[in-house]
Design a protein around this ligand. Structure first.
Ligand SMILES: *Cc1c(COP(=O)(O)O)cnc(C)c1O
Length: 402
């Protein structure tokens, strides 16, 4: 029996924080079964010599089939997938690439690796992804690419974003790191751009510990990525004759074995994510002072992170809620991403300076957003504990119940 939020005043008048005796409720984490263990065991004992690439080939083929794309390239991370995408599109110094303000910095950092300039666009108020209007307003003759992000498992308005990109001759790289299995109008995330990129970091819905995937149906982009990901070797090169200076971006056969097992269970993983969201929705539905992730009628959201935005009239910001939930119930939350242009990493970036006053939705929403525990091993009881504690720590006002 779990007693979470016992922050009641003691007879001495002090608030007793009993949270430290409780089991931590994790914000993220995988669901591993005998299948993953068996595949990795097989790879470690037999995946050498003639079988050294067998799981890599199977994982890539199964991934391409899952998304109905021509090519899938397994990589050490999603960050490297974005880097390779930019390289294959020939993006470099003098070019601009548009990214949404609200995302993990990995979406934008590779733009700097290739010497191009990130341009930060605002997000939609309800879906929290790239705003098509903001994207269109920021296009200049130097804009070469846009990287929409399927934030927390949701999807941007892909129809409009793709139309705007096509009209202006701008390439699209879709960052689907947080959204494997999400859909927009029945089409899977990661298939809207010239490349789509995925992360298999330990916190993501499908994990290989660390890892990533680049998918594309463009043969030329595929060929370029294959060369630059292997120190400039042409695929099949046996003489070590490097044709360019490249990178070393590969996934190991051991990781691919784990990835294949996870991919064979992908429907189950996604159903669990959607079930966790359903548990939260049922508990928090009557709490009018918080807004949960949005699922547009054209979208299937896979809810990588169940997220709430506090009504600003509550007068409570994300930092305060995160520390209260931790202190009272060892409830592990994360802050909604700060806008990229607000980060010290971009203090010297001229684009960031103008973004800070321009991107109003991102700057407002991000102050009040919290990712609630969404790990794949959560039970309904743990979700109820989180919700009970949340209701307890929110300021008492009539906003609580609407
Ligand atoms: C996790 C994540 C990445 C980076 O993935 P890595 O595999 O850690 O490189 C990129 N973009 C988004 C939106 C992410 O959430």
């Amino acid at each position: 029996m779990r007693h979470a939020a016992q922050g009641d005043p003691t007879p001495s008048g002090h608030t007793q924080k009993v949270g430290e005796h409780l089991e931590r409720i994790p914000v993220a984490g995988p669901w591993i079964t005998e299948k993953e263990i068996a595949y990795v065991q097989d790879a470690v004992s037999k995946g050498w010599y003639d079988n050294a690439h067998s799981y890599i080939e199977r994982f890539e083929a199964a991934f391409a089939e899952y998304l109905s794309v021509k090519h899938a390239i397994s990589l050490p991370s999603c960050t490297s997938a974005i880097h390779l995408s930019l390289l294959s599109l020939g993006i470099g110094p003098g070019d601009e690439v548009i990214v949404p303000e609200i995302t993990w910095i990995a979406t934008a950092a590779p733009i700097s690796y290739v010497g191009a300039t990130p341009v930060f666009a605002d997000i939609d108020r309800r879906g929290w992804c790239l705003s098509p209007d903001s994207f269109e307003q920021l296009i200049t003759p130097r804009t070469k690419a846009v990287i929409p992000v399927d934030l927390y498992g949701g999807m941007p308005n892909m129809g409009r974003i793709a139309r705007i990109a096509r009209k202006h001759g701008i390439a699209m790289i879709e960052d689907a790191a947080e959204a494997i299995g999400s859909e927009y109008k029945g089409r899977k995330s990661g298939t809207f751009g010239v490349t789509g990129v995925f992360s298999f970091h330990g916190s993501k819905t499908l994990t290989t510990g660390e890892g990533g995937m680049l998918v594309t149906s463009d043969d030329e982009v595929y060929r370029k990525c294959m060369v630059s990901r292997d120190h400039g070797r042409r695929p099949g090169d046996k003489m070590f004759r490097n044709v360019q200076i490249g990178y070393k971006y590969k996934m190991s056969n051991l990781q691919a074995a784990m990835g294949l097992a996870q991919l064979e269970r992908i429907d189950e993983l996604i159903e669990k994510k959607r079930l966790i969201f359903e548990w939260y929705r049922a508990e928090l539905e009557d709490l009018k002072a918080v807004t949960l992730n949005h699922e547009d009628q054209h979208v299937k959201n896979t809810y990588w992170m169940v997220t709430i935005i506090l009504d600003k009239r509550l007068g409570m910001k994300k930092e305060q809620l995160i520390s209260l939930l931790w202190e009272l119930g060892r409830i592990d939350c994360r802050p909604y991403f700060d806008p990229l242009s607000s980060l010290p990493a971009y203090y010297d970036n001229k684009q960031a300076t103008v973004s800070r006053t321009r991107n109003k939705n991102a700057y407002e929403i991000s102050q009040y957003g919290v990712n609630l525990p969404s790990a794949l091993n959560l039970s309904e009881g743990q979700v109820r504990t989180v919700c009970r504690t949340l209701k307890r720590v929110l300021p008492t006002t009539q906003l609580r119940w609407g």
